[in-house]
Design a protein around this ligand. Structure first.
Ligand code: PEP
Ligand code: MG
Length: 596
């Protein structure tokens, strides 16, 4: 095949695994160009009536989608559409549109478009990825009402001309659900993240997805041949014939391997020489528990509860939190369920706790914020304690830097326990309490911390950020974000050694834990548990089962002697390539010669 265009590789967030090779279908942004239309005063009543009808129809359509998702996917995914029902029932929005029609004599479609656009602009100014994503739900509902006003059918992905890779600026949950399942090969977007609703649904539907593609997808045209690598988060435009055959092989291998991973999910994650490493799941949303169970996680090693706070208009009440924690604890039965107290601040902000700082990552974040808002903290601790009566709940404090933070938190916990005892409310008196080791100071005082807590969980995402002084979200300094930097490996090893010396459990729950590139080194350090996105469990389990502990240990000794991150990474990768070349090729990309 002769190529006239040059191959271009774009990168994004790998939101749903798998490879797709096919033809692009670029979706136009449906609400991007609503023209201002002035209506005659005598038409105002009719316009408002049309708007009311369009809203009513939209409500029915959303309920219909919800039902479809419930029958074809699952209850939890269906709940996503509860948010859409709340938006369509929002009186401030609906009445605001009506008053704009009356006062400014504009069409209903324009009035709605303008209100929603302003609202989303405000959301985008708040540095909160979760809220930014909720903008996509609002667009979804607004597009539906506008389509109804124009008598159009919204679900443009319902009937595709054949197999297509969907390319879009944004993707709404409705787009995803209503897409022609037999013909959608993959989704790629410029916005979103692994936790976007569209990503959650793509994973449930087993459709590869790469979101937040950088710098943009503007060079893609409908009809272009394109490759989507949902494992690595890469998009290959105008692929060469070498790339086409390489990814075709990767697709076959990947599909076969994912099936194998599921069939291997009952196998014990132990090395060939008999050392077990527990594989737990990190969850952000309660519905993620389904993936954790599907991949036979040992338990939940990290529940990022701040999403409960980011998710809601109001701060979640004790009852709301208790209900959520209890529900998950019951589902997990006796499996460990580590609930991390809220880690707001940094890049996760909540409008209800409005704090602006020059350096949010070094500021009022996580445990600092919880201790600064004792009522808020007490509410969460009470809900967690109450839930501890219903399962194997453990509590964990984030971003600890000194022993006083742990002591103060434990004091508050003791007070709440006393209160619950007086009120005869059940809780687990022996609930284990642990800390995240994600600052260099915590790693360096691990021996002191070990004497007052029951377990450690090493948060490598922040440990790398704070040790190497590199913003984990910065594109400019991303090259310095090196998980195998000698300083990081030394700190992790030190924390693991201290934990073992003190007889306490040690887990790693940063992204490193779920990346097979690092598995040989992490298991060789002697951790008890690796906690990761449930979708990563299969590949890490496989790597562990192909490893020998004494070999992994000797790789760690060698790596700790390396002066640079690249040299220690090479040691890990060489071992991975030797014991499990399939995973090496799938996740690391393999040798370039693989393509020929
Ligand atoms: C970490 O820092 O590694 C971690 C798991 O916490 P988060 O990513 O939520 O900051
Ligand atoms: Mg962290």
């Amino acid at each position: 095949m002769k190529h006239t265009k040059t191959e271009v590789i774009l990168t994004g967030v790998p939101a749903s695994p798998g490879i797709a090779i096919g033809t692009a279908l670029v979706l136009e942004s449906r609400v991007s160009n609503i023209e201002k239309r002035i209506i005659a005063s005598e038409s105002i009543d009719v316009e408002i009536e049309n708007f009311d009808n369009a809203v009513e129809d939209a409500k029915k359509q959303i309920l219909e989608i919800q039902k479809k998702v419930q029958t074809e996917l699952n209850d939890d995914d269906a709940k996503i559409f509860d948010a859409h029902l709340l938006i369509i029932d929002d009186h401030t929005l609906i009445n605001g549109v009506k008053s704009d029609i009356k006062i400014s004599n504009v069409s209903a479609a324009y009035a709605l478009y303008e209100r929603v656009q302003k609202f989303i602009e405000t959301l985008n100014k708040i540095n909160d990825p979760y809220l930014k994503e909720r903008g996509s739900d609002i667009w979804d509902v607004a597009s539906r009402v506008i389509a109804n006003l124009h008598g159009q059918e919204l679900e443009s992905l319902k009937h595709l001309p054949g197999q297509r890779i969907i390319v879009s600026h944004d993707l709404t949950p409705s787009d995803t659900v209503f897409s022609d399942r037999n013909n959608v090969q993959a989704f790629i977007t410029e916005t979103g993240s692994r936790t976007s609703h569209a990503a959650i649904i793509a994973r449930s539907m087993n459709i590869p997805a790469v979101l937040a593609v950088k710098p943009s997808l503007s060079s893609v045209r409908s009809g272009d041949v394109i490759i989507v690598d949902g494992y690595k988060g890469e998009i290959i435009l105008n692929p060469t014939s070498d790339s086409l055959s390489y990814y075709a092989r990767k697709e076959t291998k990947g599909g076969i391997m994912r099936e194998h991973f599921i069939s291997e999910s009952t196998l014990i994650p132990e090395t060939l020489d008999g050392f077990q490493v527990q594989l737990a799941a990190n969850i952000e949303f309660p519905e993620d528990i389904n993936d954790a169970i599907k991949h036979k996680a040992y338990g939940v090693g990290l529940y990022r509860t701040e999403y409960l706070y980011l998710n809601s208009e109001h701060l979640p009440s004790e009852k709301e939190q208790f209900d959520t924690y209890k529900k998950l604890a019951v589902i997990l039965e006796d499996k460990p369920f580590v609930i991390r107290t809220l880690d707001l601040g940094g890049d996760k902000l909540n409008t209800k706790i409005n704090i602006t700082e020059e350096n949010p990552f070094l500021g009022y974040r996580a445990i600092r914020l919880s201790l600064g808002f004792p009522k808020l903290f007490e509410t969460q601790l009470t809900a967690i304690l109450k839930a501890s009566a219903y399962g194997n709940v453990k509590l964990m404090f984030p971003m600890i830097t000194c022993i006083e933070e742990v002591k103060q938190s434990l004091e508050l916990l003791s007070k709440i326990k006393l209160k619950l005892k007086e009120e005869k409310i059940p809780y687990n008196e022996k609930m284990e309490v642990g800390v995240m080791i994600e600052t260099p100071s915590a790693a360096l005082i691990a021996d002191k911390l070990a004497s007052i807590v029951d377990f450690f969980s090493i948060g490598t995402n922040d440990l790398v950020q704070y040790t190497l002084a590199v913003d984990r979200n910065s594109k400019q300094v991303a090259y310095l974000y090196q998980p195998t930097h000698p300083a990081i490996l030394t700190l992790i090893k030190r924390v693991v050694d201290v934990a073992k010396l003190n007889g306490i459990w040690v887990s790693i729950c940063g992204e490193m834990a779920g990346d097979p590139q690092y598995t040989p080194l992490l298991i060789g350090m002697g951790v008890h548990e690796l906690s990761m996105s449930p979708l990563s469990i299969g590949s890490v389990r496989r790597v562990i089962r192909k490893s020998k502990m004494h070999e992994a240990e000797s790789r760690v000794s060698e790596a700790l002697k390396c002066p640079s991150a690249s040299e220690s990474l090479k040691i890990s990768l060489d071992y991975l390539n030797r014991i499990e070349p399939n995973i090496y090729n799938l996740t690391v990309g393999g040798d370039i010669n693989e393509k020929t």
